[in-house]
Ligand binder design. Structure first.
Ligand SMILES: C[S@@+](CC[C@H](N)C(=O)[O-])C[C@H]1O[C@@H](n2cnc3c(N)ncnc32)[C@H](O)[C@@H]1O
Length: 243
């Protein structure tokens, strides 16, 4: 008798388990696999030699570098914030964000290049910037936990996203309610932009705004601080905003 009851219980638990898993799988959103929009654009960061890239990213004449302090001021970071520098490169901005968020805050340098992240973390340790941490992510995922960051900073990196839709979904997930996404990238204007920009950067500002708004953000502010680049601040919307 006892055996029969136990068998019945086991059957019930099994049915409940299969039913629950089936329901979760059936109702999970299914996204078609995105094709790369810029195949090979990150090839030169594979096995990157950090020092060589410092000379390219942290040099006078690069607008982003020349205006780095103004950019940080415009972000109006606060103590205790959690900021993710997505596509952190050589860590130029991660290092500047560190004192702004203070010991109670965190700066997460995220990049697909292990060489960059290892070096950023090493330098942060040497300089006593204990609130900087590093994450090596993949081209389709920030690898950040859900609702874990207040601000995502994407500088000169959006046009390096091979899978922008998938990355934007990941950024949306990682941001806390009312979180901010900042995108700084090259202006791409026919007849005005250099041939290098026209070839290297796949889309102009209007297209980028459209893509980001379609992913559940709204353009909240633009900063008129840069000449070669635009500076956009988006807010994460609730579900109603997702088209
Ligand atoms: C032109 S660099 C900009 C670096 C830095 N933000 C700056 O402005 O100095 C672009 C960076 O984006 C990184 N990257 C490309 N796709 C990425 C992705 N999906 N997620 C994170 N980093 C990415 C590259 O490895 C590279 O370090």
């Amino acid at each position: 008798m006892r055996d029969a009851v136990n068998k019945l219980k086991a059957k019930f638990v099994l049915l409940w388990f299969v039913g629950t898993v089936g329901f979760v799988v059936a109702t999970a959103p299914v996204y078609p696999r995105e094709q790369s929009v810029s195949p090979g654009i990150n090839k030169h960061y594979e096995n990157a030699v950090y020092e060589e890239w410092v000379q390219r990213f942290e040099r006078e004449g690069r607008e982003i570098y020349d205006k780095r302090h103004e950019i940080v001021t415009a972000l109006a970071l606060r103590e205790d914030m959690v900021v993710a520098d997505i596509g952190a490169g050589t860590g130029l901005f991660a290092r500047l964000f560190s004192p702004e968020v203070g010991p109670g805050g965190r700066v997460i340098a995220v990049d697909i290049s292990r060489q960059f992240i290892d070096k950023i973390v090493q330098i942060a340790k040497e300089q006593g910037q204990e609130n900087i941490q590093g994450i090596v992510n993949t081209p389709t995922d920030t690898a950040l936990p859900p609702a874990s960051i207040d601000l995502a900073f994407v500088c000169d990196t959006y046009h390096h996203f091979e899978y922008p839709e998938t990355m934007l979904r990941s950024l949306h997930r990682a941001l806390r309610r009312d979180g901010t996404l900042v995108v700084i990238d090259y202006r791409r204007v026919n007849g005005l932009s250099s041939p290098w920009v026209m070839n290297h950067v796949r889309a102009g500002e209007d297209t980028v705004v459209g893509e980001i708004e379609a992913a559940g953000f709204r353009l909240a502010k633009t900063q008129d601080l840069l000449r070669e680049n635009y500076f956009l601040q988006f807010k994460k919307c609730d579900d109603a905003c997702v088209k």
